[in-house]
Design a protein around this ligand. Structure first.
Ligand code: FAD
Length: 479
């Protein structure tokens, strides 16, 4: 991000200009506001039976349906989505398709020291498989494997980035260290001090990826029903059943892919909390504006050494998507459409944008939105089964699920009995994150953590007692 002194100089004129730049933005996700948006599938009507039922039409559910069909084309697969395919996180994210299954290499080593190298290889294979599927099904989602530059904007961030470079060196990853001149030669921001360019990251148009996966599912014979919320998951003889407004579904196996939404299994209630993350998109940049910032190799960028970090990237039509920083929790794990708009966050994001790119002072934002993230205490996905193994789930991607949702779907399918591999032996798959406490403790703990993050970021990254305690018990929090 920016240096403290720069941020402190966010004076009234910058605040005013930022608020003006964002004031006319459409309150909707840029990616979903697209002529490529498909017509909805009809809701489910009547009672249906199938071999595999998938609940949730984001990436996890879509990959589960697609992989099930690819493995055994004779499998009868039915997918229900409460609203529209990809309308939630999968259609409104930053589009950073990361190789990591563990929210980054360092976190992987901290959590799973004995298997992190394997997880790293699985993550790489997963990213390659997504790339192959995009090509195979002709999914027009602007796939660009340009990598991600983690930038440092303060000396303490640069020091942490150096440490990270050493962690990376222990893995078979392609990275490039960029000093101050080199990083600014890539992308012209006066705030950059250093950068670490991770090559194994692709950028996508997230909604078009979801829509393309749905089309591929249909081509293979998956039955898709939108506007079909599932409830009352239960045993029904040797099958499992659930209810929808138009009828019931009986299935031999069920994959739950409901992310941050109220789970159909009670036991999952305390495993994730919905955290809101926010993003802005600018108007398309003019040729002069584009030249003023360089960025010819179109990498994704993040200032991920901070606790409150930003992520940003170019879109195919040369807008800038600019997101992150705030991570907002609402008491009682509430999810509401009105929480997707948060003017104070949008103004703050716009201020940070103009500090990073002062040469773009005339640029306006056209879209502003938020979305909910299934945050778990270990920051990376967890898996499990219920009802004698006939129901499986994959949840808890915590803001890093564009790619790892494919891996999550693969694991959920295997846990529910389609195919067997050594994936179920991984500690990542066998273990679960520590549950969140009930309210009001949950709200208090999250707010204290948020405050501590902000404090650490403005004090050279120094973690207070609370954050050190969380580190000791291996618990994290983030978007
Ligand atoms: C603003 C934002 C930015 C992000 N940026 C990135 C990024 O750059 N890179 C990255 O890796 N990750 C990012 N993420 C996270 C990433 O988008 C998610 O991890 C990923 O999309 C999760 O996919 P999913 O299918 O599990 O969940 P979702 O896309 O949320 O899908 C779950 C679906 O289940 C449906 N559903 C829920 N309950 C029911 C029910 N009872 N019956 C039927 N349907 C139901 C919902 O309607 C929803 O469509 C971001 C998320 C947000 C919100």
């Amino acid at each position: 991000m920016m240096s403290n002194t720069t941020r402190d100089r966010t004076d009234a004129s910058l605040r005013h200009a930022s608020a003006r730049a964002v004031q006319d933005a459409l309150p909707a996700p840029f990616w979903l506001d697209s002529p490529a948006a498909p017509e909805p599938h009809a809701p489910l009507e009547g009672d249906h039976e199938c071999e595999l039922a998938v609940v949730g039409g984001g990436y996890t559910g879509l990959w589960a349906a697609l992989l099930a069909k690819e493995r055994d084309p004779s499998t009868d697969v039915l997918l229900v989505e409460a609203d529209r395919i990809g309308w939630q996180a999968s259609g409104r994210n930053g589009g950073f398709c990361m190789w990591s299954l563990t929210h980054g290499a360092k976190h992987g080593f901290d959590l799973f020291p004995d298997e992190n190298e394997r997880l790293d290889q699985l993550g790489m294979a997963n990213l390659d498989e997504i790339e192959r599927a995009v090509a195979k099904y002709g999914i027009d989602c602007g796939w660009e494997r340009t990598g991600d530059i983690e930038v440092a904007t303060e000396p303490w961030e640069a020091a942490k980035l150096e440490e990270k470079r050493e962690v990376w060196a222990r893995l078979d990853q392609r990275i490039t260290w960029l000093d101050r001149e080199a990083v600014r030669a890539e992308i012209a921001s006066p705030t950059y001090l250093a950068g670490l360019w991770l090559m194994n990251v692709a950028l996508v148009d997230p909604a078009r990826l979801a829509w393309g996966l749905a089309r591929a599912c249909e081509q293979l014979g998956v039955r898709i029903h939108e506007h079909t919320p599932a409830s009352d998951l239960r045993r029904a003889g040797s099958a499992v059943a659930f209810t929808t407004p138009g009828g019931t579904v009986r299935a031999r196996r069920v994959v739950l892919a409901t992310n941050a939404f109220p789970p159909l299994l009670r036991r999952l209630k305390l495993r994730t909390v919905p955290i809101y993350d926010y993003a802005l998109v600018t108007e398309p940049l003019s040729r002069e504006q584009r030249e003023a910032i360089g960025w010819r190799r179109r990498q994704g960028v993040s200032d991920g050494e901070r606790n409150q970090f930003h992520y940003y990237r170019l879109t195919q039509d040369d807008r800038i998507l600019w997101g992150g920083y705030d991570a907002i929790y609402h008491y009682g794990s509430r999810i509401r459409p009105q929480f997707e708009q948060r003017p104070t966050t949008f103004n703050k994001l716009a201020e940070h944008f103009f500090v990073t790119f002062p040469q773009l002072e005339d640029v306006r934002f056209t879209h502003a939105w938020g979305g909910v993230i299934d945050t778990c205490t270990r920051l990376c996905p967890f898996f499990g089964t219920a009802m004698g193994g006939q129901v499986a789930y994959a949840l808890g991607y915590t803001g890093n699920g564009v790619a790892s949702s494919r891996f999550g779907a693969q694991v959920a399918l295997e846990l529910s009995g389609q195919g067997r591999s050594s994936l179920s032996e991984l500690a990542l798959v066998r273990t679960k994150p520590i549950p969140w406490p009930p309210e009001p403790l949950r709200f208090g703990a999250i707010e204290l953590t948020r405050w501590s993050f902000a404090h650490a970021d403005s004090h050279n990254g120094r973690r207070n007692l609370w954050l050190r305690l969380l580190d000791r018990i291996g618990v994290g929090f983030g978007s």
